[in-house]
Unconditional design. Sequence first.
Length: 376
Amino acid sequence: MKKRIEALDALRGFSLLGILIANMLYFQYGDMTLNTIEPTTWWDNAAFYFTKIFVEASSYPIFGFLFGYGVILFVRALENRDLKTRGPLWRRAIGLIILGSLHIAFVWDGDILLTYGAGLIIIMLFIKRKVKTLLIWASVLAVLMAPILIFKTDVLALAGLEETAAVLADGTYWEVMQQRIGVVEGMPFIFVLISLPIAFCFIALLSFFTIGPFVLLGMAAAKTDFFTHIGTKTKLLKRLALLVPIGLVCKSFLYSDHFAGKLIYGAGTYLLALGYIALFTLIYLAKHETKLAQAFVSMGRLSLTNYLMQSLIFTTVFYGYGFGLFGKLGVAIGLLLAVAVYVLQLYISNLYTRHFSIGPVEWLLRKFVYLGNGRS
């Protein structure tokens, strides 16, 4: 049981690296499209296409898979202690929504916590469903969301982001905050109070549906105890790991002008995510006793705290109210900086978990979820 939990934590820690690398383009440029970034050197071009093909759109599904898996484990833990599940699940959703909203308002608008909090409300409808039902719905949702994945890049390219970039590069904290939450001068406060939360939740739900297939897949995997005795499943993992090169080939159609090419790219984002899950799990099983493997475990256990710290660090580095390096470092240096900060987080997380079993933000959310019922 311990290894199964540690394997999940390590995979969660690994997914944070991909999420950070993918987010770097948004931290640095306020956008993720080639039209906006326009790398001029071979190393920036290489870093840009590495991010787009190897990382972007294939890291969040991994986190979604783990989120779905974790929901089932969470429900089982409650049931094993003869506790009701409805209240804690709702409080977990509300807690994530509150954290996500605060993250968007005060730190960064590339938040995923609101997405998962809003999505958890929908997930509750599937918790008691059979594995077959979950897999069918995952497949249906993947097909329904295909247009969003296929045309995502085109939509982003059409968005007018010059004003946004200018505010992020030179604006004060208050100006950036207003831009982030969509407040314009003269807007009635009552309108902000009512409309913005609704808009945020709508966007969060739409975002959740794009990773929904992996959330449902994670729930199905948990119901089959996939990570229980995971060491006996190496043959299956090796087969799934073959999806890595297949996914990379598919994602190389990133800027194809043909519908078929866009469809292949969309499929590649999911295939690569599945391949990464299998490949990293295989590597972890082979190296789970090493210090590096344990550092990934520690990183995963503090995933919520580490995720929020990444936002605090990089908005301070790039935005005008911080060091003001927005759009100035280049994609390659930004990539190296992301890896450096991640390695530092690995080291600090490993030190932290020698003394504490849970991160500060995780502790706060857990207190809210259990409301004094404690946790074993």
